[in-house]
Design a protein. Structure first.
Length: 233
């Protein structure tokens, strides 16, 4: 299902196109981003704007921009979204159920869950008492449920290659139950999920790209074919 259909950039209202993130090449010369798949991947180098846009979408959804849903309230330094007031979302229909998982600030989110005894809703065990990967899966298993929009910022940060494959099966089941995903990632395993749309933030403006044409796929394939070449040149 595709509930969030369009992300509109209010570029004419950007305060300063030379200031980050408003001067990002990926956001130039583009007014709308159309979402056509149940899963859309944001890919690109660090600093290309993929996490910044995902954070802005979370802000417009009413989710905590450091991670969480509409029901999570906690203080985190520098958790505001500088781009959040300069985008508009078009829905059909609009959803309020969902979650923003942000690897960078997951520790603070886990502390918030512990402080409010909320771990009872996350499998009954403190997220801090589990490995990083286990705690991510506790969120997937207990907080993600069917019809909703799920925003994930580099979920592979805590997942081994095997766990990434396991997560693809989780995603597959959730998609069949009506979930929509927007995922910023560097993982060629995750972005290899069939039937998805990949947006390349290294392009100016950002544009759709085939999986096999992504730098992530190309570099990983070439390295695996001949690691000696990369390490001896």
């Amino acid at each position: 299902m595709v509930y969030l259909r369009t992300i509109k950039l209010l570029r004419e209202e950007f305060p300063d196109t030379k200031q980050y993130p408003f001067g990002l090449p990926s956001l130039q010369k583009i007014d709308e981003i159309e979402l056509e798949s149940s899963v859309t991947f944001f890919v690109g180098e660090n600093g290309s704007g993929k996490s910044t846009l995902l954070e802005a979408i979370a802000y417009q959804c009413g989710f905590h921009t450091a991670g969480g849903s509409r029901n999570n309230y906690y203080e985190v330094e520098k958790s505001e979204s500088s781009l959040g007031d300069y985008i508009r979302l078009s829905w059909m229909p609009k959803l309020t159920n969902g979650f923003f998982l942000r690897a960078e600030s997951f520790y603070q989110f886990a502390s918030h869950i512990d402080d409010t005894n909320g771990y009872k809703n996350y499998g009954g065990r403190s997220l801090h008492e589990q490995s990083h990967g286990e705690s991510f899966f506790s969120v997937f298993a207990n907080r993600f449920s069917g019809k909703g929009i799920y925003l994930l910022d580099e979920p592979e940060a805590a997942l081994s290659p095997m766990r990434q494959l396991a997560f693809l099966y989780v995603m597959k089941d959730l998609i069949e139950d009506g979930a929509q995903f927007l995922i910023a990632t560097h993982s060629p395993i995750l972005m290899g999920l069939p039937g998805t749309k990949i947006l390349n933030f290294d392009a100016s403006p950002l544009e759709a790209i085939r999986y096999e044409d992504t730098e992530h796929y190309q570099i990983t394939r070439r390295f695996l074919e001949n690691p000696h070449k990369y390490l001896t040149e």
